[in-house]
Design a protein around this ligand. Structure first.
Ligand code: 13P
Ligand code: ZN
Ligand code: NA
Length: 281
């Protein structure tokens, strides 16, 4: 069923596992991710960034995800990832997204508070949870590039959560969007400090390329939503590329998309196991 992310995240937060949040681009990726969730009896969040929304429109993602989720045996939430304006957040809310992120992390602290609070206040009467970000996750996510990453300060985080009324907080502890050149160096002690003082679920962005054991350690220290985007895009594209290399005269999208979907399902099952959300539906 299509549900909000509230209950699945609070259950994960209480029980020491995390919900995988998987970025999808099209109907095929939606189907592939939900298939993995059903096979492992896991809840999940499917999410789209602003550039993905620009590609097909909020309504197409709502229709696709709702149709697939409503016949699935597991809870699925549809989340706006890195919402970059109050207006887009409101459009997603109206369109039927069941979870929303407003990302004001590149703005000055007070401006980030203001926009995050505005979105949280607008979503609250509708029972829609709101994620916001404090500190800057590095790397490039679609159109959003960040070359000067900055860590989340625990004291600022307390103030930020209090003043905004958000329901989950994305933290910057050294991860970056995209694949890493070397091994990422994470400030795990900082995560522990934030967890001690912040009482809402914490979100890890940029998980593609982070070793499984490191993601697990982050979950142990209090992360309850983990975002995976780049690795899914690569898996989908690689599946299609391999198929077309072996079958250069193929012209049926059902055939090559199936190859891409298989790779996505396989990868998402691995990530669900890393998150520990298997059999938590
Ligand atoms: P990756 O592309 O590194 O998986 O980051 C995903 C993300 O944080 C989406 O918001
Ligand atoms: Zn992100
Ligand atoms: Na990454």
């Amino acid at each position: 069923a299509l549900v909000t992310s509230t209950e699945m995240m609070s259950k994960a937060d209480k029980n020491g596992y995390a919900i995988g949040a998987f970025n999808v681009e099209n109907m095929e990726m939606v189907m592939a991710v939900i298939k993995a969730c059903e096979e492992l009896n896991s809840p999940a969040i499917l999410q789209t960034t602003p550039s993905t929304v620009k590609y097909a429109g909020l309504d197409l993602y709502v229709a696709n995800v709702a149709a697939a989720a409503n016949k699935a045996s597991v809870p699925i939430a549809l989340h706006l990832d890195h919402g970059n304006s109050f207006e887009l957040a409101m459009q997603a809310l109206k369109a039927g997204y069941t979870s929303i992120m407003i990302d004001g992390s590149k703005e000055p602290f007070e401006d980030n508070i203001a926009v995050s609070r505005k979105v949280a206040e607008a979503c609250k009467p509708n029972g829609i949870p709101v994620e916001a970000e404090l500190g800057k996750v590095g790397g490039k996510e679609d159109d959003l590039e960040c070359n000067d990453p900055g860590y989340t300060d625990p004291d600022d985080a307390v103030k930020f959560v209090e003043e905004t009324g958000i329901t989950s907080l994305a933290v910057a502890i050294g991860t970056a969007h995209g694949i890493y050149k070397g091994e990422p160096k994470l400030d795990l002690d900082r995560l522990t400090e934030i967890r001690k003082v912040v009482n809402i679920p914490l979100v890890l962005h940029g998980a593609s390329g982070v070793p499984d054991e490191t993601v697990k350690e982050c979950i142990k220290r209090g992360i309850s939503k983990v975002n995976f985007a780049t690795e899914l895009r690569i898996a989908y594209s690689d599946g299609i590329k391999d198929y077309l290399k072996d079958n250069p005269q193929a012209f049926d999208p059902k055939k090559y998309d199936a190859a891409g979907m298989e790779k996505v399902t396989e990868l998402v099952k691995k990530k669900i196991r890393v998150c520990g959300s298997e059999n938590k539906a």
